[in-house]
Design a protein around this ligand. Structure first.
Ligand SMILES: NC(=O)c1ccc[n+]([C@@H]2O[C@H](COP(=O)([O-])OP(=O)(O)OC[C@H]3O[C@@H](n4cnc5c(N)ncnc54)[C@H](OP(=O)(O)O)[C@@H]3O)[C@@H](O)[C@H]2O)c1
Length: 306
């Protein structure tokens, strides 16, 4: 019998072994309009069957609601899944356009306890700093994160949206398993400095929004016209008005490649991100967001950088 599970990759020199593609769970409770809990639970189970083991959430997603939503799934499959969550960012309920960032030690300690409780786990497998507060030295924040590892509350450390210099400084305090940043056909800024630094330091890249927040799938063209009023993408200028029209034209080559390979634009966008591993010589484990089962098909059996 052939194994239908996807291949695995190690998250950096020190991190856990995970399925070569993870699952971003944010949209199951937050940001992208109405969600469907039953479909999301089915998507989680289907992803696991296919060998997806890295599940990504954050305390900020729905002010803890996303962590709580995932808890029963993690409880049912604790030994098979790698639980990744984040601290630092909160979104005031009375003003969803605002972001509050905290990196100080007392805050991090309160945040980890709250996440452990909501996730209903004894230890978080991968704990990320979600955003950097420039007022707090990164050595101090990673210092307290390292204490959490020593205390057994957290297994591995990650950083989201840091610069190459911040990553270097952090790595001097404690090994960092992964950097999580936006990386897709649509968003390539990290290739200049962050990706080379991660490669040099033995840190994996976990690209978030590898489908350009859904835009690269072709499922919407103009957020104002095609998405519900509560969808966070309506506040992102790249998805509305003239910008959306200009960006929609850029999708044509993706559609053409998809047609040539009898694939969907979503599969082409994901394949492009997966292939960055070989191009840049480091492990790359994207976390596409998918709140339903459709689209989950195994397409390749090889580690792209081998
Ligand atoms: N560190 C950070 O600052 C940060 C920021 C943003 C996101 N993230 C993480 O990264 C994860 C992924 O990012 P993302 O959700 O923003 O973006 P994404 O993966 O680029 O796109 C997700 C969107 O694509 C749609 N989609 C997925 N597969 C599809 C398919 N085959 N056909 C049509 N549509 C499809 C999803 O729809 P459905 O929902 O209907 O399935 C969803 O609306 C998040 O869940 C979160 O865990 C981290």
């Amino acid at each position: 019998m052939t194994d239908s599970r996807i291949p695995t990759a190690r998250l950096g020199d020190t991190g856990p072994e995970v399925g070569l593609q993870g699952l971003g769970c944010m949209g199951m409770s937050f940001a992208y309009g109405p969600s469907d809990a039953k479909e999301s639970r089915a998507a989680l189970e289907r992803a696991l069957e296919l060998g997806v083991t890295l599940y990504d959430t954050a305390d900020a997603y729905g002010a803890g609601a996303n962590e709580e939503f995932l808890a029963p799934f993690f409880r049912a499959h604790r030994d098979e899944v790698v639980v990744a969550t984040k601290f630092a960012l909160s979104i005031p309920a009375d003003d969803p356009t605002r972001r509050v960032v905290r990196n100080d030690a007392p805050y991090v300690r309160r945040a980890v306890e709250a996440s452990l409780k909501r996730l209903d786990v004894d230890v978080i497998d991968l704990y990320y700093m979600h955003r950097r507060d420039p007022e707090v030295p990164i050595e101090d924040t990673v210092g307290v994160m390292a204490e959490l590892v020593r205390e057994g509350k957290v297994r591995h450390l990650g950083l989201s949206e840091v610069t190459a210099d911040e990553l270097r400084t952090a790595q001097g305090v404690h090994p960092i398993a992964a950097v999580q940043s936006e990386w897709s056909l649509f968003s390539r800024d990290i290739e200049d400095r962050v990706v080379p630094a991660a490669r040099e330091l033995g840190v994996a890249l976990v690209p978030y929004s590898p489908l350009g927040r859904g835009f690269l799938t072709g499922s919407f063209a103009d957020a104002d016209k095609d998405l519900t009023a509560d969808d966070f993408r309506r506040r992102q200028p790249r998805f509305t008005g003239e910008n959306a029209a200009a960006n929609a034209a850029l999708l044509e080559p993706v559609r053409a490649v998809a047609r040539a390979h009898d694939a969907t634009p979503a599969q082409i966008a994901l394949a492009w991100v997966q292939l960055r591993a070989g191009v840049h010589g480091l492990p790359v484990v994207p976390i596409p967001g998918r709140g339903r089962r459709a689209g989950w098909r195994r397409t390749s059996g090889r580690r792209p950088w081998n």
